[in-house]
Design a protein. Structure first.
Length: 444
């Protein structure tokens, strides 16, 4: 497996810390509203990565958090007249519904900030003790100049960052680049700490949750959207380097951003599309298909043409698969075994090449074409059909596209027998009647 490591800005062979095991953490949402389609992309991308790794035989532990402490949550609670906890629980449930609605596997663990507070406070204490953080009037700031590697992930120099940072200077900070670890607050949910009543800064929680969930300071893969690369992930690495002399993960992965009809999605443009609405409108299979049609690191443009193509392409593959199930059912052929076709090998080679889903889809289309050809032969070779059915099923499993094997009832079998007999007798009127009945049952 080869993946693009954002930390080194190049494709590298994946070498896990423990043989045949992968530890993976993906930054989750701040739960103050529904997830938009941009939030859905990392769900699909990293779910597909996990499926690919499992297909290759790896045991994967996948963790993704919920940020349930934030100013936006406090504002939403005020707006709705409910508690912050009620806000976060409502949108955690909605996010999980969206995740399931996209056929994504649930993470092995979904830690919350509110349930990790003691460990977060202890971690900040460690940074203060090591002189990587300092306290001013109840706030705690991370001392960016205390780590030499700052800027490595985002490929930026501290000197260049300082130019922009001076625009937003904070008199309490030693350096405009220093970021908040603990914030003294007077409203909203608070915790008691050695410094003040308050709540943690956003950049600290993931470092602590990774340590808690994996019981180690270095994991294999850390992922998220491209928008998290700086400053969020850069600041995570800085804290981990300061506390434990590690960069948290050996491999950093970032998915590209989502545009709507060629424009960046934003509230000001009024083009924000909620993921739940799109799932309801087009279905999970076309949505995953569309999201995976572009390489995960490339920008993805969502428009009606792309949606229509995804719908047609997915339906074509699933319809061919359905016809194959029927042929095998009528022949009493059991579907079993492992994929051993050239198309499957090419598909997995593409997925192992930094999740090259466009090339993987090309292999899927080739397998579907060959299955179609096998189904059209006068003499049916069930072993060939079975090979391609197993191949396509494994491909769809890796891509997270749902399918359902058909089981024919006795009545279905009888209708097929009568239809075939009528065709053999060239009684086209009766044949058309039976064909219509089979169509009504969704079997043709």
């Amino acid at each position: 497996m080869r993946i693009f490591n954002s930390y080194h800005n190049k494709i590298e062979e994946l070498k896990p810390l423990i043989e045949n095991e992968i530890s993976m953490y993906v930054c989750g949402p701040t739960v103050y509203n529904y997830a938009h389609v941009g939030n859905a992309r990392p769900v699909i991308v990293f779910d597909t990565l996990k499926r690919t790794l499992q297909e290759l035989g790896y045991q994967v532990k996948f963790v993704s958090n919920f940020t349930d402490v934030d100013d936006k949550i406090i504002h939403k609670a005020k707006e709705l007249g409910i508690s912050e906890r009620e806000v976060s629980e409502r949108f955690i449930e909605a996010y999980n519904d969206m995740r399931i609605g996209l056929h994504a596997m649930m993470p092995d663990s979904c830690p919350k900030v509110t349930e990790t507070m003691d460990a977060i406070i202890a971690f900040i204490e460690l940074l203060v003790k090591k002189d990587h953080a300092y306290v001013v009037d109840g706030d705690v700031y991370f001392r960016v100049n205390s780590v030499s590697q700052y800027g490595n992930l985002s490929n930026q120099r501290i000197e260049d960052l300082m130019v922009g940072a001076r625009i937003d200077e904070n008199a309490k900070k030693e350096n405009p680049l220093d970021f908040t670890l603990w914030k003294k607050t007077e409203e909203g949910i608070q915790w008691d700490s050695p410094w003040s009543l308050g709540r943690p800064g956003w950049h600290t929680e993931c470092v602590v949750m990774i340590n808690n969930e994996f019981q180690k300071h270095l994991i294999d893969i850390h992922g998220g959207g491209m928008d998290l690369k700086f400053p969020h992930h850069e600041n995570e690495i800085a804290q981990s380097n300061a506390a434990y002399d590690t960069r948290i993960a050996n491999y950093w992965m970032h998915n590209g951003m989502v545009n709507i009809d060629g424009e960046k999605m934003s509230k000001s443009l009024g083009n924000v599309v909620w993921a739940k609405d799109m799932i309801e409108k087009i279905g999970a299979n076309p949505m995953r298909w569309m999201m995976l049609s572009a390489h995960y690191r490339a920008p993805l443009n969502i428009n009606e043409e792309g949606i229509d193509n995804a719908r047609k392409e997915s339906e074509k593959v699933l319809h061919t698969l359905q016809q194959a199930y029927i042929k095998l059912e009528l022949a009493d052929q059991t579907i079993e075994g492992k994929p051993n076709t050239e198309a499957y090998s090419q598909f997995m080679e593409a997925m192992q090449d930094d999740l090259n889903t466009p090339n993987a889809f090309a292999s899927l289309f080739e397998a579907t074409k060959k299955l179609n050809n096998a189904l059209r032969q006068r003499e049916i070779h069930t072993d060939v059909i079975c090979d391609y059915v197993i191949t396509i099923e494994h491909m769809l499993d890796v891509l997270g596209i749902a399918y359902e094997r058909i089981t024919l009832s006795e009545e279905d079998r009888e209708l097929f027998a009568k239809w075939n007999q009528a065709k053999a007798e060239r009684d086209f009127t009766r044949a058309d009647e039976y064909r219509a009945k089979l169509n009504e049952r969704g079997l043709l």
